[in-house]
Design a protein around this ligand. Structure first.
Ligand code: ATP
Ligand code: MN
Length: 463
């Protein structure tokens, strides 16, 4: 008999139907009346399905009474309205088959609360917990929401490369890709001879799909990428991963204002989508992870974001009574404590900060008339801080060339990027939205290691 998912069973109108379900046992409770209650979960939904197994089953004594948390089973029976509270339906079991045992003396997941730190050490089993199941379902729903949002607006999904030979991405923080034998590296004139390497030159894992997305934007109009990016930054924080996913729209014929409008619209769309489509999982997060999460998301969907310039932001921060660990003055990069202060204490909503000093932003951002600031925009949210970094891109060839030289970079490495400004250049803009930071904001999960299935951080790459 075909397997029916529990998500479908629990919303079934067709009681009395005979069905087969498969899943992992969460609990078993034996009643004096000669039957057992078994709760199983199959990952399709947060709720468990309750099975009623009668002692007249041929394998009741030998197998049913031995079932423990973590065993996988198949159960066939008829659905009926439940007498107990907490569920609408239950399955009266006619046949039960054990597919895989889980010895309780060694199975690490027991029916009690485990710390997230402990669960990270058993990332192969943690999706069987309520929290990690809910994170996985919400992450899935958010991926779909993101694609739907952009596709409905005519954006093309572009697959930008993971391995990059371009030197323009942002040196220092990159992972090098090589097939050279590290115990016997070929040398030429005392230097590593990359001509002998796989690609004949040094290559890295990409830190962003932006530069190649710009190429497609300047041919196709509106495009986006949604893929993994890699940063070898040694920051052991609750908001940094060495491998994370990023959504990067890039739009031709678009300026900073259009860019901000798209960022705000996309965030609201994703939040509204999750509130509507992940109701049970969101209630779970609201109950066990962050009691204000639903209210916060509803607020973000219905209210305007606060929009101000970096210069105005610095003025507010330098007049603040609060003592910051890092001092603020015009020209310094904002730390997460400053970003959070603006969102949580001053405006109590997401904040879009624009027009940052040129010298703390990358070379490709469009320079303002003042010559000191660039058309940058960061979107900051309560608790998480920065979730989006974006800008209008410099579209003037000579200004871009000056910025490249001014930052001590070699224009030859940027020849194709510069050519886009020589042949049919157009105003264009885009941003990068960190997917895991977005999931943190939506679920209230405080550590970024807990919103990606298998986190990669400095010194840690298990699983
Ligand atoms: P931060 O200053 O917070 O480290 P950034 O300014 O280096 O971030 P950008 O280069 O602007 O980040 O990247 C765009 C977005 O990607 C960020 O707004 C953030 O949401 C996300 N992001 C950046 N670095 C990481 C990381 N190491 N792990 C997870 N997400 C990240
Ligand atoms: Mn940034």
């Amino acid at each position: 008999m075909k397997r029916t998912r529990i998500a479908e069973v629990l919303t079934s109108e067709n009681l009395k139907a005979k069905i087969s379900v498969m899943g992992w046992v969460r609990t078993r409770r034996d009643s004096k009346g000669g039957f057992s209650f078994i709760e199983i979960n199959d990952g399709s939904v947060l709720s468990n399905l309750q099975l009623i197994a009668d002692n007249s089953l041929p394998n009741y004594r030998d197998e049913v009474l031995e079932l423990q948390t973590g065993c996988s089973i198949r159960a066939t029976g008829t659905l009926s309205a439940s007498q107990g509270k907490g569920q609408n339906v239950e399955l009266k079991v006619e046949e039960i088959q054990v597919l895989g045992w889980a010895d309780p003396s060694v199975y690490p997941l027991q029916k009690k609360r485990h710390s997230f730190e402990f669960l990270r050490t058993i990332a192969h089993l943690r999706p069987r917990t309520n929290t990690f199941g809910a994170v996985a379902r919400v992450r899935n729903a958010m991926s779909l929401a993101i694609h739907t949002f952009f596709q409905e607006r005519g954006f093309l999904y572009i697959h930008t490369p993971i391995i990059t030979g371009s030197d323009c991405e942002g040196a220092g923080e990159m992972f090098q890709v090589t097939t050279l034998d590290l115990d016997d590296v070929p040398k030429k004139d005392g230097q590593v001879d990359f001509e002998k390497d796989f690609f004949g030159r040094p290559t890295n894992l990409t830190v962003s799909g932006q530069l190649t997305a710009e190429i497609y934007a300047l041919s196709m109009g509106d495009v986006y990428t949604f893929g993994p990016t890699f940063r070898a930054e040694d920051s052991n924080t609750s908001r940094h991963l060495a491998e994370f996913w990023m959504i990067e729209p890039e739009m031709a014929f678009c300026d900073l204002e259009g860019n901000i409008a798209l960022a705000v619209e996309s965030l609201k769309y994703i939040f509204a989508y999750v509130l509507k489509n992940c109701e049970e999982d969101m209630k779970f997060f609201n109950r066990f992870i962050d009691p204000s999460i639903i209210e916060t998301l509803e607020g973000v969907v219905s209210e305007d974001f606060e929009c101000l310039t970096y210069t105005e932001g610095i003025k507010i921060l330098s007049q603040a009574k609060k003592k910051f660990e890092f001092p603020v003055e015009w020209g310094t990069d904002l730390q997460s404590e400053h970003e959070r202060y603006l969102c949580e204490e001053v405006f109590k909503r997401p904040v879009v900060l624009t027009d940052y000093p040129k010298k703390i932003k990358p070379f490709y951002m469009k320079v303002n008339k003042d010559g000191k600031t660039v058309r940058a925009m960061d979107v900051l949210v309560p608790k998480t801080g920065e979730i989006i970094g974006g800008s209008q891109r410099e579209d003037d060839h000579d200004t871009l060339l000056e910025s490249i030289k001014g930052m001590g970079l070699n224009p030859d490495d940027y020849w194709w990027y510069l050519e886009l400004r020589k042949f049919g250049s157009a105003p264009h803009a885009g941003f990068g939205l960190g997917f895991e930071r977005l999931i943190q904001f939506v679920t209230g999960m405080s550590n970024i290691r807990d919103v990606i299935p298998f986190p990669r951080t400095p010194g840690s790459v298990s699983f």
